[in-house]
Each structure stands twice: as C-alpha cells, then as structure tokens.
Design a protein around this ligand. Structure first.
Ligand code: ADP
Ligand code: ADP
Length: 229
C-alpha cells in the first residue's frame, strides 16, 4: 500500500525554484530517508507533506489525502516533531505525555486508535528512567527521544522526522536508530526522515531518495545505490 505519493512536486519561493519535479513513493511500514546536503530542499518537502506549506505544483497524497486539504482526522494520523513544547521545561516527562495523550483520546474512532499508555510509551522510547524528571533536566539525546514520544503519542500511521539525530553522540544515535526500526517493524509505522548523513541513511532506511538542488538524483535501497556509485 502506497502511503506517501509525490509526483511532479514543484516549489518556488519568489523567483527561485527550490524543488523541481520531485517524484517518489513510500509504502506501508517503510523507512524512507530523504538524503541531501543543506539547502537541497529536504525540509521544504517534508513540510509540504505535513501540510505546513503550500506547494507550487504537482500531486501529493499522504494516506490518500492531499495535505493541502487534510482535516483534523487526517492530521491525527500523522506524527510530526514540533519544537514549541520545549517551552514546557517545568513539566515532567510523564505529565506532558499524559496531557498530550488526552487530546488524542477525544479523537479516537474506528480509524484512529487509542493513544499509548504513558508507561508503555516512555519505555518504547527509552525514557522510563527519566519519566519523572522535569523536561529542562533532560540531555539533548533524551529531548530528541521525547520529541519522538510526542510525535507518536497518538499512534500515527506516518511519522515525519526532520534531521532527527543532529547533535547526537554515537550511542544516542544508535539507540535512536533502534527506536525508529522498532516503530517501523513492530508498529508498521511509515517513516520519512531527512538527513545529510549517508551513513545514517544506509543504516536506518529501507530506501534512500537522494535530493540535490531540488532534484532527485537517485532512489533505491542502500545496496542498489552503492552499486551505482
Ligand atoms: P534542506 O532542508 O535540504 O536544508 P530547505 O528545504 O530548508 O533545504 O531549503 C531549500 C532551499 O529553499 C534553500 O535554498 C532555502 O534557502 C530556500 N528556502 C527555504 N525556506 C524558504 C522560505 N520560506 N523563503 C525563501 N526561501 C526558502
Ligand atoms: P544544553 O543542556 O546542552 O545546554 P539545552 O538544555 O539548552 O542544551 O537545550 C538542548 C536542546 O534543546 C538544544 O538543541 C536547544 O536548542 C533546544 N532547546 C532548549 N530550550 C528550547 C526552547 N525553549 N525552544 C526551542 N529549543 C530549545
């Protein structure tokens, strides 16, 4: 089943085209890495798919819906990492996750499953020992895991991660990769992540789409791409 379907996507800021004819797909339960240097257009692409930015041209469907017309029910099926919760530094990890979960409870329908039990969620992201800490006491790597916990609290079918491991040490990076793999393999979450790190894309992604100056220059598994390079 195709979950992300992008065809002929174009984005223009003023007189400058930053995405030219971008076409790719991601299937159910797949981890797809959008790989490219700074300025390649990765964030722009992910923000268009999340419904935060209006595209200039092309066809985009996320879970069969055009993000430009996605309503609340569609949005509740997505996991998005936002920065704004960081202002809640005085809250404890458990409090924030329970609070956010309660929002999703009101959306629960046949299409949208119930949110996580908070204890299961903190265990899944590896924050069980830190659940009663105030957010401002967490390390950078722990904050990123909390980012993911917040993004998945409503059990999204699709998870968007923009440069999720920036600033991680190797240990935190490895733990984070294990977490994303588990989400894809056990919960069948479709994951789109951006990175400028080839090594990360190779380790983590089922498929890699390489973006350079707003154009797709390669699309395949790590093995397929290494044969071509
Ligand atoms: P990446 O995430 O790969 O680093 P971006 O999508 O952030 O790339 O940026 C792609 C290009 O679009 C860059 O040249 C950037 O300067 C430009 N850009 C991004 N956002 C805007 C904006 N709001 N207005 C004008 N140009 C922008
Ligand atoms: P450190 O503990 O390493 O000095 P901080 O605790 O200040 O760093 O922040 C860790 C990460 O969270 C950094 O990437 C920082 O930019 C981000 N951050 C901290 N506070 C905020 C905030 N209020 N809004 C957005 N980002 C924040």
């Amino acid at each position: 089943r195709v979950v992300l379907d992008v065809e002929g996507l174009r984005m223009r800021y003023g007189a400058t085209d930053v995405l030219h004819d971008v076409t790719f797909q991601a299937h159910h339960g797949e981890v797809l890495a959008l790989l490219g240097p700074n300025g390649a257009g990765k964030s722009t692409t992910i923000e268009i798919l999340e419904g935060f930015r209006m595209r200039s041209a092309g066809r985009v469907e996320v879970l069969g819906t055009d993000p430009a017309h996605g309503g609340e029910e569609w949005r509740a099926r997505l996991g998005v990492v936002l920065q704004s919760w960081r202002d809640h530094g005085k809250w404890r990890v458990r409090e924030l996750l329970a609070h956010l979960g309660s929002y999703y409870t009101c959306y629960s329908t046949d299409a949208i499953p119930r949110p996580w039990d908070t204890d299961d969620l903190v265990r899944t992201v590896g924050l069980a020992e830190h659940a009663d800490k105030k957010i401002r006491m967490l390390s950078g790597g722990q904050r990123r895991r909390l980012d993911v916990a917040i993004a998945i609290v409503g059990r999204p079918e699709v998870l968007f991660l923009d440069e999720p491991t920036t600033g991680f040490d190797p240990e935190a990076r490895r733990e984070f990769h294990d977490l994303v793999r588990r989400l894809a393999d056990e919960l069948e979450t479709t994951v789109l992540l951006t990175t400028h790190d080839l090594d990360e894309a190779e380790k983590l992604a089922d498929r890699i789409v390489i973006l350079s100056q707003g154009r797709i220059v390669a699309d395949g598994t790590a093995v397929e791409l290494s044969r071509r390079i």
